[in-house]
Design a protein around this ligand. Structure first.
Ligand code: KIV
Ligand code: ZN
Length: 499
């Protein structure tokens, strides 16, 4: 059996999705979960990009022992040195350097001829090798590069000591047959290619990232770059759960190939990344979407009851999707709450547990039955909120078809109570405007989503929104049985990130 190395870049390319930025501590939380998931490589950031990214790579390096920890650098001395410094404490460090090789990039981005680019790639690899023994090289925009030049660059960097050659479809332009022929050509035209592992890195601009990655694997790539939930630059990257489950489910097509990912952890990490980045997973998202294993049509439901394989190609338990159970209600005590959270795999500090229990009680007062899905959402919500500056005290709205909506909001800030009233286009808008008056900021709402966590009239509603405040995209989430309250909580969550 041959292993497909899973290189996770959620914390680097995933984080490049607009509005998905993570703090170093959040990155560490995801990295620890990635280690549990069993990925081989964690690309933790682009250390030269910001002090926060440097700190994140350093923090992940210090705490991750089983996986290779990787930092990205351009083929520039300062980038390489800084990336090398951030990886110093890693048990298994990898330096990932990249340089574009396509005519388009050479002409418009670098304004340099091929020979100069080749020399830069060689020098950067040589320099990186002195800092780190494990070097991965990416010829950026490889799929739009002239093949003879691409082969020359690959051969040269392998000679300089690169151990992994990653082929990026940087702009998501390629399609499966083309990727297959590119990988095959690299194998046939780069004389020293057997000294390196071929890797693939696909973007999803045409919706083919996972298919392209799998095609590369069939052609001989032995490493795949992926992100959880497929988040990433523009339309995103190849989704890890899709690539991994395709290899596992279609053993007939991917003969003799396997990944070491513990697929039962997929659902949990998908939720974690969604909660940290505030990127809602689409209900129809393959593998981890809410509807991925739901059967609506009567004919399907009937057949599933007779034999699951009629309409199910994977077992939901294999990706860690639990059956939602009715578990708790307002009379449930702290012990039952704690026990249930442990069995759902949460590991909370005493402070987080107290906060989550308090919120659970508030919600259980309004909602008769609390299901596992509710519980999971409540806890994820409370875990995310760390010492908020602004807290909701209460609000009141007057609204109807014949009156202009008016809201009064009361917020607490460090023991002080502040009240404001405002009109708005709707009750939610009136609340946001009242909050703006108290906080003294004004954002432009870019995205607003409301989802119910479970079904029923008293279902919990979760609002996810994105605000543009001073050219920064700030996201927030809020949860309540009342959609106006969920919206207010989501807005405060976003504002607290700025405070
Ligand atoms: O898409 C891309 O080309 C990249 C490289 C840095 C690997 O993300
Ligand atoms: Zn990329």
């Amino acid at each position: 059996m041959e292993k497909i190395i899973i290189f996770d870049t959620t914390l680097r390319d995933g984080e490049q999705a607009p509005g998905a930025s993570m703090t170093p501590e959040q990155k560490l939380e995801v990295a620890l979960q990635l280690e549990k998931l069993g990925v081989d490589v964690i690309e933790a950031g682009f250390p030269v990009a910001s002090p926060g990214d440097f700190k994140a790579v350093e923090l992940v390096s210090r705490n991750i022992k089983k996986c290779i920890v990787c930092g990205l650098a351009r083929c520039i001395k300062q980038d390489i040195e800084i990336a090398g410094d951030s990886l110093k404490r890693a048990k298994h460090p990898r330096l990932h350097i990249f340089l574009a090789t396509s005519k388009i990039h050479l002409k418009y981005k670098f304004k340099k001829p091929e020979d100069e680019i080749l020399e830069l790639a060689k020098q950067a690899t040589r320099m990186s090798r002195k800092i780190c023994s494990d070097i991965e090289f990416s010829p950026e925009d490889a799929t739009r590069s002239e093949r003879p030049f691409l082969f020359r660059v690959i051969e040269a960097v392998i000679k300089e000591g690169a151990r992994t050659i990653n082929i990026p479809d940087t702009v998501g332009y390629s399609y499966p047959q083309e990727i297959f022929s590119l990988i095959t050509d690299i194998k046939n035209n780069v004389p020293n290619i057997n000294k390196a592992v071929i890797s693939i890195h696909c973007h999803d601009d045409l919706g083919m990232a996972a298919a392209n990655s799998l095609s590369a694997v069939l052609a001989g790539a032995r490493q795949a770059h992926c992100t959880i939930n497929g988040i990433g630059e523009r339309a995103g990257n190849a989704s890890l759960e899709e690539v991994v489950m395709a290899i596992k489910t279609r053993k007939d097509a991917f003969k003799g190939l396997y990944t070491q990912v513990n697929t039962k952890e997929l659902f949990r990490i998908s939720r974690l990344v969604s909660s940290i980045t505030d990127f809602v997973v689409a209900p129809n998202k393959a593998i981890v979407g809410r509807n991925a294993f739901r059967h609506e049509a009567g004919i399907h439901q009937d057949a599933i009851l007779k034999k699951r394989i009629t309409y199910e190609i994977m077992n939901p338990a294999d990706v860690g999707i639990p059956e939602s159970q009715l578990v708790l209600g307002k009379h449930s005590g702290r012990h039952a709450f704690d026990d249930r959270l442990k069995s759902l795999g949460f590991c909370l500090t005493q402070e987080q547990l107290n906060k989550a229990f308090e919120r659970f009680k508030e919600i259980a007062d309004k909602k008769k039955d609390i299901f596992d899905d509710d519980l999971r959402t409540i806890v994820e919500e409370e875990k995310r909120i760390v010492s908020p500056v602004w807290e909701l005290n209460s609000f009141e709205v007057h609204s109807g078809t014949k009156i202009k909506p008016e809201a009064t909001v009361i917020l607490n800030k460090k023991g002080k109570t502040l009240t404001e009233t405002s009109f708005g286009d709707g009750p939610v808008d009136a609340c946001f405007k009242a909050i703006d008056k108290i906080v003294g900021c004004k954002g432009k709402l870019e995205d607003y989503r409301l989802e119910s966590v479970t079904s029923g009239e008293d279902a919990l509603g979760q609002v996810s929104l994105k605000f543009n405040i001073e050219d920064r995209i700030i996201s927030g989430r809020g949860l309540s049985t009342d959609i106006i309250e969920a919206s207010v909580r989501a807005y405060l969550d976003a504002i607290n990130k700025l405070s």
